[in-house]
Design a protein around this ligand. Structure first.
Ligand code: AHG
Ligand code: MN
Ligand code: MN
Length: 359
């Protein structure tokens, strides 16, 4: 039994005991946790729940939606729209921000979320997650899209749920990053991982190497040096991981360090990265920084970016501080022409890359 241990509600009451709207923020996070429990139950049923598979519908990104993408989105909306805590919602699965229906009061926060991250993994029973970001909305008027376009540094809370062997909720309200494990029998999240701290150094990196031919030289340089291991520049062996669920990669990094990269590449010039700034990169960057790690595009701190569009994509490089700083340095050295020459059969015309507009 967990009597006496810190539940999510107790933790939030303790961390958000201040004046103003902090109590409402605590209540909103409890509502988000309610949605997470519902999504956890659906994902855990697997093939028995009838929730697997895709539907004949694409989202605003042009990606085919899974049944669970839509159900998870509905769970988040239903759990948070009613309570007078949010002024509006925005989601990966909704083209435009969700307007709080007539009859429900509006509150002081905006909730932005990826209802199901890594949803290509649902059909193969691999960990998926939910990512969320909370922003302040200080006007009485209903929010317009522009009200959502706040830099990540303005987030008042951020978190993710991971639906793995155990369901966990990892969140920050700006005072460290903390992990809670769902006790399914009593339905409570219990604080099991307080004050997460990412080791500054690491020998583990995660990147989708099938995109290697599209990478920029600084990313090639970093990965090549890791692969060279003990005999190479780094003088030690590295491990590589790729789960194709950012939440799962980030969770591993919060537990034991490492680097995760979905960098800028040339695969599709219209897309400056794979991941979305508002509901993937920003909330995760807040959690990573609050745990002592770093999060960058390779050229700029993620949390400093001024968003231009709700669904905009961004390069993401995050994790153990010293490794991220090294990759950022490689980008700077490349821009100054100071990096060691790297000649790949596929990338031997460096001028092609020099002319690109960098984020
Ligand atoms: P989503 O399922 O919300 O669209 O996000 C999936 C993301 C992220 O979780 C993961 O790191 C990445 O896409 C996987 O990309 P690849 O399919 O290129 O491996
Ligand atoms: Mn996602
Ligand atoms: Mn998603």
């Amino acid at each position: 039994m967990h009597l006496g241990r810190t539940t999510l509600s107790k933790f939030l009451i303790q961390q958000l005991a201040g004046a103003g709207d902090q109590g409402k923020l605590a209540a909103l996070l409890v509502d988000v946790a309610a949605a997470v429990k519902a999504i956890s139950a659906m994902t855990a049923k697997g093939a028995l729940g009838g929730f697997l598979g895709a539907i004949d519908q694409t989202n605003v990104q042009g990606e085919q939606q899974k049944k669970l993408d839509v159900l998870a989105n509905d769970a988040m909306v239903t759990a948070t729209e009613w309570g007078g805590l949010v002024a509006g919602l925005a989601s990966e699965e909704l083209d435009e921000p969700y307007v709080i229906p007539e009859g429900f009061a509006r509150g002081p926060y905006l909730l932005v979320f990826d209802p199901l991250d890594g949803s290509s993994n649902t059909d193969v029973n691999v960990s998926v997650g939910t990512i969320f970001s909370v922003l302040k909305h200080d006007r009485d008027e209903a929010p317009a899209t522009i009200d959502y376009l706040q830099p990540g540094a303005s987030q008042v809370a951020a978190g993710y749920a991971i639906y793995g062997p155990a369901t966990m909720l990892v969140l920050s309200v700006g005072q460290g990053t903390h992990g809670f494990t769902l006790d399914r029998e009593i339905g409570n999240f219990i604080l099991t991982h307080p004050n997460l701290a990412i080791p500054e150094d690491s020998s583990e990196f995660a990147i989708n190497t099938s995109n290697a031919r599209f990478w920029e030289p600084p990313v090639h340089r970093y990965v090549t040096e890791c692969q060279a291991g003990k005999a190479g520049e780094r003088g030690r062996d590295f491990n590589m991981r790729w789960i194709a669920s950012m939440v799962a990669e980030v969770h591993r990094i919060l537990m034991r360090g490492g680097v995760f990269m979905y960098p800028k590449d040339t695969k599709d010039p219209a897309k400056p990265g794979r991941l979305r700034l508002m509901y993937e990169a920003n909330p995760i960057a807040m959690l990573i920084e609050q745990a002592g790690g770093a999060a960058s595009t390779g050229r700029h701190r993620l949390l400093d970016l001024a968003p231009e569009q709700l669904h905009q994509r961004v390069p993401v490089i995050l994790g153990s501080k010293n490794e991220v700083q090294r990759i950022v340095r490689y980008h700077a050295e490349y821009a100054r022409g100071e990096d060691k020459p790297f000649v790949s059969p596929l990338f031997n015309e460096r001028s092609l890359f020099r002319t690109q507009e960098f984020l």
